[in-house]
Design a protein around this ligand. Structure first.
Ligand code: FE
Length: 252
């Protein structure tokens, strides 16, 4: 069960001019839909929003963001991939912010199908990744994570907080009322992540390469878009588990 204090989220990292914030959970009954988690990075009072999600959670995310920063100060919206739970709110977000949208170049031409989209505000991320400069001395890294699960898929790494936003990678599906914020017992967490990763991730060769890349980055927290966050020992356990997982075409 998510603590009532966490409905408003948690600041995962904070220094004088930089914050990485988990925006909490929507308190509406969500048993029929995929639960999503949104994050906000603030640097020198400028904001970057990560996978802000679809239409039905728009109001929740707007009010969560507004607790920390003015919407006028959101400069960047990052989309890990094209799924509706990630990006279907795009027309609304373009309407209430001045932000530029960063998303894989593969999906740029699909975005107008979610509503009226000004293509001048879309920044395509090339296949081998990019960096997003957010202030004089802070930049974010778009890390390629293709075929996990989307063929045009990126993670976002924030070197200041050492937090890796992993999109769908590491995602868990909880039973109603059984949610928790951080993975405490990885063995108990496996049944909540196994089905999704086996079905959605392309193959063991793909996930293995991603695990090697993440080990080299050595993040302090892995923050997925669904489920629970990984820190410390649970990162090692998750990477060991995932790099040995047979999935996707291995099983078909
Ligand atoms: Fe997805």
């Amino acid at each position: 069960m998510i603590d009532v204090n966490d409905v408003n989220g948690r600041i995962l990292y904070e220094d004088d001019d930089h914050k990485f914030i988990w925006l909490g959970v929507d308190d509406v009954d969500s048993s029929d839909e995929i639960q999503t988690m949104q994050y906000l990075i603030i640097d020198h009072n400028r904001g970057v929003l990560l996978d802000p999600g679809g239409v039905h959670i728009f109001a929740h995310v707007v009010s969560a963001v507004s607790r920390y920063i003015s919407l006028d100060n959101i400069d960047v919206i990052f989309y890990s991939h094209q799924d509706p739970d990630v990006s279907s709110g795009i027309a609304m977000w373009l309407g209430i912010t001045k932000a530029q949208i960063h998303i894989s170049s593969l999906w740029v031409r699909f975005l107008p199908h979610f509503g009226i989209v000004d293509s001048k505000r879309i920044v395509p991320i090339p296949d081998d990744g990019s960096t997003i400069k957010i202030s004089e001395n802070a930049e974010l890294q778009c890390i390629p994570a293709h075929f996990m699960h989307s063929p045009g898929n990126f993670n976002l790494y924030d070197p200041k907080s050492k937090i890796l936003f992993s999109g769908d990678i590491g995602a868990a599906v909880f039973d109603e009322g059984k949610e928790y914020v951080f993975v405490e017992d990885f063995a108990q967490h496996v049944p909540l992540i196994e089905g999704f990763h086996k079905r959605y991730m392309a193959s063991n060769s793909i996930v293995k390469k991603w695990c090697e890349r993440v080990r080299a980055i050595n993040p302090k927290i892995i923050a997925p878009q669904h489920g629970a966050l990984y820190a410390g020992e649970s990162i090692t356990e998750f990477l060991n588990w995932l790099s040995n997982l047979k999935c996707g075409v291995d099983l078909m």
